[in-house]
Design a protein around this ligand. Structure first.
Ligand SMILES: [Ca+2]
Ligand SMILES: [Ca+2]
Ligand SMILES: [Ca+2]
Length: 412
């Protein structure tokens, strides 16, 4: 029916145009054609992906993704009009592991190239008991379990699988939900165990950080933290900064001002960390969220967020842990759209493009606002007039980018 309508409209336009000269007519028909055929969603090569929202049936269960009328979403459906595919960006999830058999995550797992394929004896590298890529970890195809020291970072907790789904659940596959980054490459780094001491968990999180840096993750999601600082952790984060890796970290759920009572990694004075507070479905700062106009950068939805859970399930979880992966997904989407952007430029774009929080919450975070992925993409564009043209054009032009940004410094 739609095609028929378009045909009729095109035909009528063509009839109107018979009196115009040939060149004028062809350009007019071209415009008419473009206006009716302009696809809504492109992948990075500029191919049409979707005309409407992606076909994941539970998409609107996540008010952070889809506008529920209160405007508390992060404007990702608009951002998807510029780049839906979001690849190929490697994202480290330092957490409790991930359900690697979840039908909405499986296709989006990172796979270590050095442990794929066959060795000289014809054995599969991922299971030959040999550290084929000599990175210090044997058969680490998907990442590593730093709790049990093995290559099976399964999630018996649920937290990591939920966080992973917000960043990068498989989009457009007709099931469940979608991550902000629909085709993410999720590196699974399990550090947390409820049975371990705080010190052990901290030590393992630092090992996970170093793994992510070594294996060239572009962005790291760390939905964790605590009140103890560690020089090892700071050094690892500093190393990430040197490699231009953004670390997105949770502000914590203690209802406190982290400018006064330190919470790490939020409170390290490093430029590559983006610290995230959480908002509720009305777009207000969540009551449980930590905050701090010097130490917390930006807010994102975190209360009752719908995402993936172990065992192929879905459900809602609450906290700055859930807000953090929205920002991580945004970093990935920016990197995917403009691969030449530096980490500093990306952080600058995200922090400059916020939607203001309600007045009473505005002084509680550095930017005074909430993530707006669409605006971040627009201000990152080397040519700001570009909105709905082919992404291939944008990709070419990104080499001649004019956006310049230094690290968005925390005031100290
Ligand atoms: Ca290895
Ligand atoms: Ca191996
Ligand atoms: Ca899906």
């Amino acid at each position: 029916m739609k095609r028929f309508v378009i045909f009729v409209v095109t035909l009528v336009s063509a009839i109107i145009l018979v009196k115009l000269d040939k060149q004028e007519a062809s350009s007019y028909v071209g415009q008419t054609f473009q206006a009716f055929y302009a696809p809504d969603f492109y992948d990075i090569e500029g191919r049409e992906v979707f005309r409407k929202l992606p076909n994941d049936p539970q998409l609107s269960a996540n008010y952070g993704l889809v506008n529920n009328g209160s405007g508390s979403d992060v404007k990702v459906s608009q951002a998807w009009r510029i780049n839906y595919s979001c690849k190929p960006v490697t994202i480290a999830i330092i957490d409790t592991g991930i359900d690697r058999n979840h039908p909405d995550l499986k296709a989006n797992l990172w796979r270590n190239r050095g442990e794929r394929g066959f060795d000289s004896k014809g054995r599969r590298k991922e299971a030959n008991g040999i550290d084929d890529d000599k990175n210090g970890y044997i058969d680490d195809l998907f990442g590593w379990d730093f709790v049990d020291n093995d290559n099976n970072p399964e999630d018996t907790h649920g937290h990591g699988t939920h966080v992973a789904g917000i960043v990068g659940a498989v989009g457009g596959n007709g099931i469940g939900t979608s991550g902000v980054c629909a085709n993410a490459k999720l590196m699974v780094l399990k550090y947390y165990s409820a049975r371990a001491t705080g010190k052990e968990n901290l030590r393992n999180s630092v090992r996970a950080l170093r793994y992510a840096i070594r294996m060239r993750a572009r962005v790291i999601n760390y939905s964790g933290g605590g009140s103890y600082s560690s020089s090892d952790e700071r050094n690892a984060l500093k190393l990430a900064e040197r490699f231009g890796i953004i670390v997105v970290a949770a502000a914590g759920n203690g209802r406190s001002n982290t400018d006064w009572s330190s919470y790490y990694p939020a409170s390290y004075d490093l430029d590559n960390i983006i610290t995230v507070a959480s908002t509720n479905y009305r777009g207000e700062l969540a009551k449980t969220s930590n905050y701090g106009p010097r130490t917390v950068d930006i807010a994102a939805p975190g209360e009752q967020i719908y995402s993936t859970l172990p065992g192929g399930r879905y459900g809602k979880m609450t906290g700055t842990s859930q807000a953090t992966p929205f920002v991580t997904g945004a970093v990935a989407l920016l990197l995917s759209t403009y691969p030449d952007l530096t980490a500093a430029q990306i952080k600058w774009s995200l922090l400059k493009s916020i939607d203001p929080l309600p007045a009473r919450d505005r002084r509680k975070v550095l930017t005074g606002g909430k993530l707006n992925i669409y605006r971040a993409l627009l201000i990152s564009s080397p040519k700001r007039t570009y909105v709905l043209r082919s992404n291939a054009t944008a990709k070419k032009k990104s080499k001649k980018k004019t956006v310049t940004a230094k690290w968005f410094r925390k005031k100290r």
